[in-house]
Write a protein of this length. Structure first.
Length: 340
């Protein structure tokens, strides 16, 4: 098991990326190839006890910036970047997965063109676990930004891949699949939703119908499928709302001595809630539809998030998720698509 880490990608790279790699190598016992500036990476590794750990360095001369204005072509202009080299290693079969917290557009575009799409899969999608109430405690939302303008058969393919991923990597048996809509009734929704609904009904998936935005956090479905524009709005709105609520609680509970005493007594409760909502626990999103395991943690990932993203890549490789995705692609390539 070898996983390539774009050690220069992310808001907190290379400090947090290298620390996360050290923690992952120690906890999971796997080899993690750090891709980036050798001098910088050696300096970061020297800060930790790395005795007995497999953390080789693969040199890369440049970094695609987080604020790159043309991310869709950045990988082509910077073939010597840490992201491009990481992806090429995966394309060449030198590693089993790639983890990059770098620029999302560059990661998705680079993954699509360097790794190529799985034959039969029409467009890539970003799928991400998200915290919910309920027994399972998380929902897998796809797409959250890779393909804003989608077609019905794109959503069907994403739902199939997401269902496989949720079952094999997240351990959810026969996951319930829903589609985001503005009402539960079958007649509700945009043209895209209404055209996708019967495809999902006939798919053989455990399709439960339309899911409204207000129901997603309560675990009514294990997989929620939508177009990349809507999915991105959903997760960013929920993230912002959660932060607002925590900031309001913090302000109220520190406004007077009695509330400070109350907050002190509830500290462990708040910590558990914070852990449940912490993006770092979930390991980031997977770029589905490309021909390799590509994990994209949050751009502001800390060491914990990087470690868990490596865990997700490791689990996906162990479950041989790509073999199943490729088999699905072969089946999809036989399906006749409507013109246009």
């Amino acid at each position: 098991m070898r996983i390539a880490l774009d050690a220069m990608g992310g808001d907190n790279a290379p400090v947090e990326t290298v620390l996360g790699a050290v923690q992952a190598a120690r906890e999971y016992g796997i080899e993690i190839v750090l891709v980036g500036n050798p001098e910088v990476l050696r300096a970061e590794l020297a800060k930790s006890d790395t005795a007995g750990l497999k953390l080789p360095i693969e040199p890369a001369a440049s970094v695609i910036p987080m604020d790159e204005h043309a991310p869709s072509t950045a990988w082509r202009r910077q073939r010597d970047s840490s992201l491009s080299i990481s992806l090429q290693m995966l394309a060449d079969g030198k590693v089993d997965a790639v983890v990059s917290a770098g620029n999302t557009g560059a990661v998705v575009s680079g993954g699509t063109f360097i790794l190529r799409r799985i034959e039969g899969i029409d467009r890539p999608a970003l799928g991400v676990p998200f915290p919910t109430m309920g027994n399972i405690g998380k929902v897998f939302i796809v797409d959250v930004g890779a393909t804003p303008d989608a077609k019905p058969h794109f959503l069907l393919q994403w739902a199939r891949m997401a269902s496989i991923y949720t079952e094999r990597v997240m351990g959810v048996p026969r996951p319930r699949v829903g589609i985001v809509s503005n009402g539960e009734e079958e007649i509700k929704g945009s043209e895209l939703v209404r055209e996708t609904f019967p495809l999902l009904q006939e798919s053989g998936l455990n399709f439960i119908g339309n899911v409204e935005g207000k129901d997603i956090p309560f675990g009514v479905a294990d997989v929620v499928v939508t177009d990349g524009f809507t999915g991105n709005v959903i997760i960013k709105t929920v993230e912002g709302t959660a932060k607002m609520i925590f900031d309001l609680l913090k302000a109220e509970l520190t406004s007077s001595l009695p509330t400070k005493l109350l907050a002190a007594g509830l500290r462990s409760n708040f910590r558990r809630i914070g852990d449940r909502l912490d993006y770092a626990e979930y390991g980031g999103s997977i770029v589905m539809g490309v021909n390799g395991i590509l994990i994209k943690p949050h751009g502001r990932s800390n060491a914990k998030a990087i470690k868990n993203a490596i865990r997700v890549g490791k689990t996906a490789a162990e479950q041989d998720i790509m073999a199943v995705f490729r088999e699905l692609g072969e089946q999809e390539s036989q399906v006749q698509r409507p013109a246009g």
